[in-house]
Design a protein around this ligand. Structure first.
Ligand SMILES: [Zn+2]
Length: 172
């Protein structure tokens, strides 16, 4: 866990009340997770911690992007990722108890590491498809040649895919 030491929040001696933290995760961070669906990215987390006597209430606000292939036209795009998440950390030993968004830690724990949660929140924010820039940007980096072939194919048949479109390009 040494690579994640920067993501540890010291909780022993942390006063009851609100505390703010800031974390950044990037491509090197995602490389530490085997099979990560995100490989290239840069995300910032603004974290507010409400430290109570019996629990920790976290508010995560994530902004940033992942660099990925547009599902529609195969161009590389910066896909914006934004999300807010809450996490409740309770002191106690309740192994086997599964409450959504609630984590239990030992009452004597001196720190709480958020690396795993930052990773999960980023992955959960991924859209099902990556076509954001195709529609939203004034100057999208999309591969318009592929898109043009796609729209031609769509009028021809229902079974068209980007791979058919690429094949058509090659055949020319
Ligand atoms: Zn595209």
């Amino acid at each position: 866990m040494n690579a994640f030491v920067a993501y540890s929040i010291p909780i022993k001696g942390l006063k009851v009340g609100f505390h703010k933290f800031n974390f950044n995760i990037d491509s090197a961070f995602f490389a530490l997770f085997e099979g990560s669906p995100i490989e290239i990215g840069d995300l910032n987390f603004s974290v507010e911690l409400d430290r109570r006597s019996d629990m920790l209430l976290f508010d995560f606000e994530m902004t940033g992007y992942t660099r990925t292939e547009c599902d529609r036209c195969t161009a590389m795009i910066n896909l914006p990722l934004e999300d807010t998440r809450q996490l409740i950390v309770k002191f106690g030993d309740s192994e086997g108890e599964t409450e959504d968004e609630v984590v239990f830690i030992h009452p004597e724990s001196s720190e709480f590491n958020v690396a795993k949660y930052l990773y999960e929140f980023a992955v959960l924010a991924l859209p099902i498809t990556n076509v954001y820039e195709c529609q939203e940007e004034a100057n999208p980096p999309c591969n318009f040649e592929v898109l043009r072939h796609l729209s031609q194919d769509e009028s021809d048949s229902n079974s068209s895919s980007v791979w058919d479109a690429l094949k058509n390009l090659k055949d020319k």
